[in-house]
Design a protein around this ligand. Structure first.
Ligand code: NAD
Length: 272
């Protein structure tokens, strides 16, 4: 079986930047017709246009994934324009900080609204088109924070945990319709989102170095490294994989107690 997406229509949310942009490029290189959904009109349209030469014209459709109506309209228009939707890579998301006291209600609602409700809007509007197409695959971008927590990120952690539940529900409920759903869990990936977070620190270079050091592979990941995992899970090569979470994290979730404990704790004492 050849690996690729020839004659498939792949919708990528958040395709204007970062992991989504890399995913859109990867799908296009693998033969898909790529549809970009994003709230950034300028970058989204540019990303979609730059893919047109590779695999036939894709398209850009504006939406704010927090708004069910705008997602529905964008998804329906994409399906109408391209005749079907076979793959959805849901990459759009935002990062917000705060603990359970300092997170304002507005920030809580915005973070859950975009990161969790947004995913629901995307799968809910895409599924009827995928059923009509006879099946397909959904890949949702979670985070290592889908199964673990980073300090001062209560709303983000909660939303990312919720995605695993939604993915498992969709995988179970739509398996009989030949639709698979999976979740990738990136570690720190070099995107505009990560750079914005790093730049919030008093010493951004120190934050970047500390971030890199939390991964046993010793570095921050590249967007295309996540995109390739998304492409695999969305492809027919992953035909018996559904409802799962795949860490794409340079090993970040491995070390009990974190890398500092591995270097200085009991795991280090008997070394020659
Ligand atoms: N970068 C990382 O280190 C990292 C790590 C783990 C998980 N993630 C997750 O990966 C996904 C992509 O992150 P990224 O780093 O590429 O982010 P990014 O900020 O670089 O890109 C996010 C994209 O989503 C779009 N977007 C955001 N809110 C939207 C909305 N309401 N409606 C429509 N589009 C919207 C943005 O316009 C942008 O194109 C997110 O879900 C993020 O939580 C990122």
């Amino acid at each position: 079986m050849k690996f690729g997406f020839q004659s498939k229509v792949a919708v990528v949310t958040g395709g204007a930047m970062g992991i989504g942009e890399a995913t859109a490029i990867t799908f296009s290189e693998l033969g898909a017709r790529v549809v970009v959904l994003d709230r950034d009109r300028e970058k989204g349209a540019r990303a979609a246009a730059s893919l047109a030469g590779e695999s036939g014209a894709g398209s850009f459709h504006w939406c704010d994934i927090e708004s069910a109506e705008s997602v529905q309209a964008a998804m329906d228009e994409a399906a109408r324009q391209h005749g079907a939707i076979h793959v959805v890579a849901h990459c759009a998301g935002i990062q917000r900080y705060g603990d359970a006291i300092t997170t304002s209600l507005d920030v809580w609602r915005e973070t859950l609204g975009v990161n969790l409700d947004g995913c629901f809007h995307v799968v809910r509007s895409a599924l009827p088109h995928m059923v009509a197409a006879g099946g397909g695959a959904i890949v949702v971008v979670g985070s290592v924070q889908t199964v673990a927590a980073v300090a001062n990120s209560a709303a983000y952690v909660t939303a990312k945990h919720g995605l695993a539940g939604l993915v498992r529900s969709v995988a179970l409920d739509f398996a009989g319709k030949n639709i698979r759903a999976n979740c990738v869990m990136p570690g720190a990936i070099d995107t505009p989102m990560l750079r914005a977070s790093i730049n919030m620190g008093a010493d951004p270079e120190a934050v970047r170095a500390a971030c890199a050091a939390t991964h046993p592979l010793g570095r921050i990941g590249r967007p295309e490294e996540v995109a390739r995992a998304i492409a695999f899970l969305a492809s027919d090569w992953a035909s018996f994989i559904t409802g799962t979470t795949l860490a794409v994290d340079g090993g970040m979730l491995i070390p009990a107690g974190g890398m500092a404990f591995q270097r200085g704790g009991t795991g280090s004492v008997a070394k020659q």
